[in-house]
Structure formats: C-alpha cells, structure tokens
Design a protein around this ligand. Structure first.
Ligand SMILES: [Zn+2]
Length: 201
C-alpha cells in the first residue's frame, strides 16, 4: 500500500532521487491535475538508469546516439513508474517539476504550475504493464488522500495536443478508470481515443 506524506511532499517507502530540475509553484497554488506521461530511453528500450540520469541532469550524451539531442534538457517529473511497477520520486509534490512544457488544461496555461507529473516507462505503441496500472492507481489514490485538491487526470497529449503524443494509444484509460472505480470519477471524452481524461469528483 503506497501512502503519501503530505508534509514532506513525498511518497513513503519509495526511493527519492532529488532532481535539480524543479522550482517553486506559484504562491498559493496547490496541485489539482495529474498528468500521465510515457517515456523510454533510448526510445523503445526499457530498464537501465537512463531516465534517472536524465531527470537528475547527468545523462551521458555519448552513451547512445539519441542521448546527444536530449542530454542538455532540464526536465523532470514527480514520479516514474517502471515496467515492473517500481516507483521512484524525483521532486517533492509541493514543488514544480518540469514535465509538461507549453501546455494548457481547462483554459489554464502552464500545467507544471498546478499539476503532478507521473511518467510511465513505455511507448505510444507497446501496451503498458499490469504492474504499472496497479501502481498508478495506488499512487493516485494515495495522492488524493494527501492532496484532496486533485480533481483531474490527463495525458500529456491532452494538455499539449499537436506537440506531444504520450502516453499514447497504448495507454488504456478505461483500465485506469476500472481500477479507480471506488473513486468518484467521470470520464470525459475528447476528440479521438487519445484525448480521454478522468475527472475526479
Ligand atoms: Zn510527456
């Protein structure tokens, strides 16, 4: 059972690797949105410490041809859920992680200000694992207990359409909805399968 310590802004009993890629949320802003992402490094390959390294600002640009183009990026997420469901935290929830980029949700721009970013190790094409859905649902429930302000879950593609595609068609929103059935949820359907999101009531 995953639980969040709201005063520390950390999940309990989860490895915390502090990322330098963060800053303060705007004064008085509490997170109300969970943004689900997909990431794999190199693309399509799973395992290894490359995602940790990217978020910690220490990715070796020479380790893979793809890394040269991204090693300079100053990006992070609050959490990563690996293929086996293992969770890692990089930024405390009270702070702003740098995961969304240019984005908007419900007519508000700059989703990093008011969101918690969760990366799933995966791609737009390869189905995410059962362990990842289970861990994601557990994390969402724990976050909702610690942060009752959380009201919605969206994919990165939903808040940055045309620019981002993750977590992709491989992410099964219905499956997440089923796992969260004890939460009060209304699913909102947008344009096409990629634009599904969950509203928590
Ligand atoms: Zn993303």
């Amino acid at each position: 059972m995953i639980r969040a310590d709201a005063s520390a802004g950390l999940l309990m009993d989860v490895p915390f690797l502090p990322s330098p890629h963060h800053d303060l949320r705007p004064s008085g802003v509490v997170p109300d949105l969970i943004v689900v992402h997909g990431i794999s490094l190199p693309p399509g390959e799973f395992g290894g410490a490359w995602i940790d390294d990217l978020f910690l600002g220490r990715l070796d640009a020479s380790a893979h041809p793809y890394f040269a183009a991204i090693a300079h990026l100053r990006v992070s997420a609050h959490l990563l859920i690996r293929r086996d469901g293992a969770v890692t935290q990089y930024v405390p929830f009270a702070l702003r992680a740098w995961h969304a980029g240019a984005s908007s949700f419900a007519a508000r721009a700059g989703c990093n200000d008011f969101s918690i970013g969760i990366e799933l190790e995966g791609t737009d094409e390869i189905p995410y694992t059962e362990a990842q859905y289970a861990a994601l649902a557990e994390v969402i429930v724990a976050l909702r207990v610690a942060y009752p302000s959380l009201r919605a879950i969206a994919g990165h593609a939903d808040i940055a359409p045309g620019r981002k595609t993750d977590p992709g068609a491989s992410f099964d929103w219905m499956r997440l909805e089923a796992l969260l059935q004890h939460e009060t949820i209304a699913m909102q359907r947008g344009i096409g399968d990629a634009r599904l999101m969950l509203t928590l009531a």
